[in-house]
Design a protein around this ligand. Sequence first.
Ligand code: PT1
Length: 256
Amino acid sequence: MGIVNVTPDSFSDGGRYLDLPAAVAHAQRLIEEGADILDVGGESTRPGAESVDSETELSRVLPLIESLAGCNIPISVDTSKPQVMRAALAAGASMINDVNALQAPTALELAAAGDAAVCLMHRQGDAATMQLAPYYDDVVGEVRQFLAQRVAACERAGIARARIAIDPGIGFGKLLPHNLALLRSLEALRIDGTATLIGVSRKAWLGQLTGSPVEARLGGSVAAACYALAHGAQIARVHDVKATRDALTVLEALNG
Ligand code: PT1
């Protein structure tokens, strides 16, 4: 899954893809590099990011989704707002990637009404506060329980497991040891019939391990994505599609 941010404050793109032609060009490059899904987001959810209203978010993502509707891979919309979900689906998106796991009023019903895929992510706290004091007694158990509850809520609403991806939410209210524990436990976190999605690309914990600033975390990002895909994840949300694909191709050849 290739990331296409349309935000002025995106933590790693620095708002480079704010204008529509540049965003479309970036998306096309990710497709050429071998992305299977594009994830379009108009609100940054990284730690400390400011929230935006629905109108602003829509004005960022809708034109891009409309321009990409003719491309041959599924478009995912990275949003927690039902209003944005509804408009994005109408414009051609076929997946809802919600860091709030469809907990907003009407989000579940809206997702269930169509046939879109959904990604349910775990987080502790919100963007403003989540990294201040993350705390867990048992991070893997608590994340697993939350995701199981959200999958059950989806099923009750009429969303079959085949349409669901689950995501432990790396960096969302988690310290380095929490992130490591979750990545080491992806097999244990799996829920039958769903896919596991993982987002590690360029995140702070990689910088904590390597000392590298956000623009120099390619090596760490690729290693973490490959590890996740080899240990229970099926979808990796990445900025660097080419490097990640190449690494996976080599690993697959070595593994026979
Ligand atoms: C993710 C994800 C996402 N991550 C899904 N969607 C972001 N499903 C946006 C940091 O620690 O992992 N899964 N949408 C980006 N969010 C962050 C969080 C970016 C933490 C950076 C950090 O640096």
